[in-house]
Design a protein around this ligand. Sequence first.
Ligand code: BGC
Length: 360
Amino acid sequence: MRLSRSVLPVVLMLLAACGTPAAKPPEGVLVGVTMPTTSSERWIHDGQNIKRDLEKQGHRVDLRYADNDVPKQAEQIEDQIAKGAKLLIVASVDGSALSEPLQRAADARIPVIAYDRLLRGSPYVDYYATFENFRVGVYQAESLLTGLGLRTDEGQSVSAKGPFNVELFAGSPDDNNSVFFFNGAMSVLKPYLDAGVLVVRSGQKDFQTVTTQRWDGEIAGKRMEEILAATYRRSKVDGVLSPYDGMSLGILTALKNDGYGPVFPIVTGQDAELGSVKSIIADQQYSTIYKDTRELATVTALMADAVLKGRTPPQLNNLNDYNNGVKVVPAFLLNPVSVNKANYHRVLVESGYYTEDQLR
Ligand code: BGC
């Protein structure tokens, strides 16, 4: 299923059809782009893709990575404002921690686009480009059920034996997306938990308890180790809801160190990172969620270009769901795609996201 790529032609058509030719932005306008970290492949690709797309439009780009350091990201944004940036694109480390630089951007009349992660607690966020985040969580949970034999790939429920022991992980508590992913997943898992078909033996079920600071794979691995030591001496864990590939690999390492393998519990993920796709091919990680960052960059660059030309971006398809605590931020949401061993080749190789060689 490649729903997400089908969105782009519509976006491009809308853009072409959007009427009177508006003013061209002055040549070589500076756009400030800040990304959270280089410790995960996706943000490296996001940054490169946005830079390339904006430069193709004739803009200049100041691209910074914040090393997951909140004050550093605030300084980078302040610096971009001082350098005369005319628009800011921000993928935050902590979505609620940038109110001051956003206030300064507003004072200088610089529009702000939140990239992938919503900026919270500030009125000075103009637009938001991201994926259907609730759906990401739904897909993660559905793939956990499929892996456990409780659901077919086509979505039919199967009454398998059980109960199955599962453990739950969520993302960083300061990332608005974490809540969407977790709520999406729980919307699917709750009936199974209520019916006792799935059991969380550690008892660690609520969002705050299962979050993972900064999405850190080592922290996730350590928590998995502790759960295995405290809860699974006489029983086995059958599945782990993991919201991000970097955490999934940490969790798998903990499982291996505890003696699991060659058959592993069902472990989910997100981002289709290279290491995780290889792990899926090797029958270790079970699934991931592919989000085409090339598309997100393209949509964001089109949004930015429209804003710089004084237009409302035509690429908005959600005006309700992303309330940042102060206002509802108009958003464009792309579709994620659930990937496992059965469809990785079609989704990731045939789309040109990875080559066969990269996956060897
Ligand atoms: C992104 C995910 C990513 C996670 C960790 C989230 O905000 O939406 O794609 O896996 O951050 O980097």
